[in-house]
Write a protein that binds this ligand. Sequence first.
Ligand SMILES: [Zn+2]
Length: 464
Amino acid sequence: MERILVKHADWLISMDAERRIFTDGAVAIEGDRIVAAGKTRDVARNFTATKEIDAAGKLVMPGLIDTHVHNVQQLGRGVAEGCEMKVHLLERLYGYESALMAEDAYCAALCCQLELIRAGTTCFIDPGSFFPRETAQAVGESGIRGIVARTAIDVHNTPIGELPAGMFRESGEEALRRAQETVTQLNGAHDGRVRAWFSLRVLSACSDTMIQAIKKKADENGVGLVMHASESFHEISASRALHGASDIERMARLGALGSNMVLIHMGWASPKELVLSMRHDLKISCTPSTGFRLGMGSMQFGRFPEMMELGITVALGSDAATSSNFLDIVRQMWLVSGACKAQRLDPTLMPPETVLEMATLNGAKAALWADEIGSLEPGKKADIAIFETRSPEWRPLLNPLTNLVHSARGGADTVLCNGRILMENGVVRSIDEREVLKQAQERGERIAGRAGLLDRIRPKWPIH
Ligand SMILES: [Zn+2]
């Protein structure tokens, strides 16, 4: 069994119950688990390592947890820029997804996980696609940890228009059957690094019957349920017009709320929905860069500081290459911190300690995985992100928390997941990076071509 010692970290942020920070810190790993974390002199004393990682000049922390990642949208970067919501979703996003083939989806997931690993992320929650098997297969190869789900929708005429032909048009029965198959076949795959959940994905494309059926299935299978909710003003207005209630109020009316649910975005949650979130212990995935990129107003009007004060679990999510447009929780930490301060003219809101909890412990709770990930403590899985601090934006380094959230650019140096080294000193070990990027370029161009989008997304300026 491999025994890895990460030692001499300038700073080790444990995220344990006391939130201890160690200087000259170390983590000892046996197989896939942490057996000790603390001062190097204490941890190294009785530990014989088969592999040592010198973390001098670096910051060591739990792997970041990204609670909103659309793996299969990775090759759609650039296809949906500057469009209003209807065009963004119906023409660009769904158009791209309809043109995907299974091999594209696999390449997209690998490339997506490559971006996550480079960012120091070791666990993601995918909100559901038509290709959960390909996403799970990529997890097997990349070495990361992730939750996959299959999209289940049964309303094809949504408030913004008709969904495209093809896979988006399956019947409710078919969707339910495939969602169940995904959980049966994939939950616990790849050494337990893959977990499979249920997904409602877009509530405006789900009937009341579908919502209740999927919630029941999540409970029966003992797994989570993930969905987008209260995403934009536009969306809640449509839900109110159609159902007489906004998203979470509608779910409450259907008796379909529970602590195994992750609600993505939630920037337009009503006061009533805040109370429902608290009462039902709903987990929330706040997605700052999507709010900014799509102009949804979620960071201008969202009540995320209130949610935190109410004790609701709020975690961070990056979303997708098509809509946010990057996958990096360090950058999301800066955005949520800055957005909340600016919104309230209050620099004391969202301090680095709170934001770091969102990126680690709260992410673990949202993933229903807090017993095994989210902190560096004996008994937990060895999911670790290491950041180089010997660079101008990090110096002087007097407080590692403020520098990481307010100054750092992101981008990890070394990443371990489940005790395996996925990236070391900036070199990704688990994936052939050059080959994946080459394929991403070729496939990305072909998909955009098949979806008829190439001419619409070129730069407006002349290319010579
Ligand atoms: Zn999303």
